[in-house]
Design a protein around this ligand. Structure first.
Ligand code: Q9C
Ligand code: ZN
Length: 339
C-alpha cells in the first residue's frame, strides 16, 4: 500500500489539555505520527511525501476568514503581551452573540469550538502539510485501488470555519472535495473514528453529491455532544445524504462491524466513484479516550468489509491515541485491506 506522510506533522505538538477542570497531557501528540509511520515502514509499505498542491483545494472547503486567521495567528502574537509558546482563548462565541471581532483573542473564540486546538509557532505548517498529505493521497488514488494518508493533526471535527476536537483543517473533507472535482462522479465518506465526524457532516450537510456516513459513540454523553444524532440526515438538497449510526458506549466488534456492513450497503447503493474512509483507531478497546471495545481482529474484519467496495478507497488517518494497540491496529487494517 502506498503511504503518504509528512515529517512536518511534527511541527505541532500541543502540551497541556484542559479536561473536566484539570490540565492533563494532550492526547493528540506529535509522537502519534512517528509511531504510525514507523509501524507502516516496518510492515513493508511504500512511503512517500506529498507535493505542494497549494491553498486552492483547502479554500474549496474552508472559509477565507478562518484560513486567514489560522495562517496569521503566530505573526499576530504581539496583540497578546506576555503570551507563551501556545496561543489559546477561553472565550467562545455563542449563537446569540456571534459578531466576529477585530482582535486576535476574540477571533480565535469565534473560530474555535473548545480549548483542544492551541496554536504554536509552526502549527500552520503542520496543519497545512496534513492537508497536503490528504490531497496527495487523493491525487495518487486516481491510478490505484487504495492509498493510506497518514494525516496528523487530524481533521474530522473541523467545520468550514472552525477548529475543535484536536482538528484544524478537515483533511477528509478536503480530499473528498478534491476527488469530487478530479473524478466527476459522486463521492462517499465513511467515518469509523469513535467520535462523530461533525465537521465533515457540517461541510457536506446541504450537498447530495457527497454522501457522509459516520459510525460513533452516542453523543448524548460523549464528544462532540452537540451533533451526531440519528435524526440528522442532511438539509435542503442534501436531505437524505448524511447518516449517523449511533452505538452505545462499550460497544464491541459485533455491533460495530454490523454498522460498518450496514453503512457499506448504503454506500454501494449510492454508487460513488470513490470512497474516503475517515480512519480513526480510537474505537479500540485500549484507546485512552475511546468509548468502544473494538479488538485488533475487529479492525481486520472492518478492513475486509471496506475492501469489498468496487472503486478506489482513500484511507485518511483521524483519531486513535497512544497505546500499544494503536500501531498494531493500523498494520492489521492495512494488511486485511490488501487481502
Ligand atoms: N474524555 C479526534 O479523535 N475530548 N478527536 C476528549 C476525553 C475531545 C477527539 C475528552 C476528543 C476529540 C480526532
Ligand atoms: Zn476520535
Amino acid at each position: 500500500m502506498l503511504v503518504v506522510h509528512s515529517p512536518a506533522s511534527l511541527l505541532h505538538d500541543p502540551s497541556g489539555y484542559f479536561r473536566r477542570g484539570q490540565t492533563v497531557e494532550h492526547p493528540e501528540q506529535a509522537r502519534r505520527y512517528s509511531i504510525l509511520r514507523d509501524a507502516v515502514a516496518e510492515a513493508g509499505h511504500r512511503l512517500g511525501e506529498p507535493r505542494d498542491h497549494g491553498l486552492a483545494p483547502i479554500t474549496a472547503v474552508h472559509d477565507a476568514g478562518y484560513l486567514d486567521l489560522l495562517s496569521t495567528v503566530w505573526s499576530r502574537r504581539a496583540e497578546l503581551p506576555g503570551i507563551g509558546e501556545e496561543i489559546l482563548t477561553g472565550h467562545f462565541a455563542r449563537p446569540q452573540m456571534a459578531r466576529r471581532p477585530e482582535g486576535l483573542l476574540g477571533q480565535l473564540g469565534y473560530h474555535m469550538a473548545d480549548t483542544s486546538t492551541p496554536v504554536r509557532a509552526r502549527t500552520w505548517e503542520a496543519i497545512y502539510s496534513s492537508a497536503q498529505v490528504a490531497l496527495e493521497g487523493a491525487a495518487c488514488l486516481l491510478e490505484r485501488r487504495g492509498v493510506y494518508a497518514l494525516c496528523r493533526p487530524p481533521g474530522h471535527h473541523a467545520y468550514a470555519d472552525s477548529a475543535g476536537g484536536f482538528c484544524f483543517l478537515n483533511n477528509t473533507a478536503i480530499a473528498a472535495q478534491s476527488l469530487r472535482s478530479a473524478m466527476g462522479g459522486r463521492v462517499a465518506i465513511l467515518d469509523i473514528d469513535v467520535h462523530h465526524g461533525n465537521g465533515t457532516q457540517g461541510i457536506f450537510w446541504s450537498r447530495p453529491d457527497v454522501l457522509t456516513v459516520s459510525i460513533h459513540a452516542d453523543p448524548s454523553n460523549y464528544f462532540p455532544f452537540y451533533a451526531g444524532y440519528a435524526d440528522e440526515t442532511g438539509g435542503g438538497e442534501g436531505r437524505g445524504f448524511n447518516r449517523n449510526l449511533v452505538l452505545p458506549e462499550g460497544s464491541g466488534d459485533a455491533p460495530w462491524l454490523g454498522a460498518i456492513r450496514d453503512a457499506m450497503g448504503q454506500i454501494d447503493g449510492y454508487g460513488p466513484a470513490a470512497l474516503v474512509v475517515a480512519l480513526g483507531f480510537d474505537a479500540s478497546e485500549h484507546d485512552p479516550i475511546g468509548a468502544f471495545r473494538v479488538t485488533t481482529d475487529g479492525f481486520s474484519r472492518a478492513a475486509e468489509i471496506v475492501a469489498g467496495f468496487r472503486g478506489p478507497v482513500l484511507l485518511v488517518q483521524e483519531g486513535g491515541y497512544l497505546c500499544e494497540a494503536l500501531p498494531k491496529n493500523l498494520v492489521a487494517f492495512l494488511a486485511a485491506f490488501e487481502g
